[in-house]
Design a protein around this ligand. Structure first.
Ligand code: FES
Ligand code: FES
Length: 151
């Protein structure tokens, strides 16, 4: 077991974690932040995406011990007091959510993109969504939601 100090959604934590625990497992099991989802568990679907020191990462591929002294933002950290944020509202307005399993990962990827630029090009959007899989909605609605958001 190893002790780590980590800031998650602006709160500081000291946690004891096993060396094999992923950041995703730590968020879900130790902090009860279950918005980040496990889809594939091996870096291929994007459902577990969080911001790690400001950069989007697949938290299933990061060990919790690697996150020592880092700052992590999860989907819960983006919510307004009423529970949604403008990215989520755009997804809802464009019917870009069905089962919702992929949605936190998409939203985190869009947030990372908007942190870099408020006027992303079509190429920027496609690149930001690369490797994010959705099995139900299809990508048109998701793309439309992002375009509407950045107009
Ligand atoms: S669960 Fe991490 S990329 Fe699929
Ligand atoms: S809405 Fe179901 S996987 Fe994307």
């Amino acid at each position: 077991m190893q002790e780590i100090n980590i800031t998650v959604n602006s709160k500081e934590y000291t946690l004891t974690v096993p060396p094999y625990m992923s950041l995703l497992e730590m968020l879900r099991e130790k902090l009860n932040l279950t918005g980040s989802k496990e889809g594939c568990g091996n870096g291929e679907c994007g459902a577990c995406t969080v911001l790690f020191d400001g950069e989007p990462v697949r938290s299933c591929l990061v060990l919790a011990v690697e996150a020592d002294k880092s700052e992590v933002t999860t989907i819960e950290g983006l919510s307004n007091p009423d529970g949604t944020n403008p990215i989520q509202e755009a997804f809802i307005a464009e019917d870009a959510v069905q089962c919702g399993y992929c949605t936190p990962g998409f939203v985190m990827a869009v947030q990372a993109l908007l942190n870099r630029t408020s006027e992303p090009t079509d190429e920027d959007i496609k690149e930001a969504l690369g490797g994010h899989l959705c099995r139900c909605t299809g990508y048109e609605a998701i793309y439309r939601a992002i375009k509407k958001l950045v107009k």
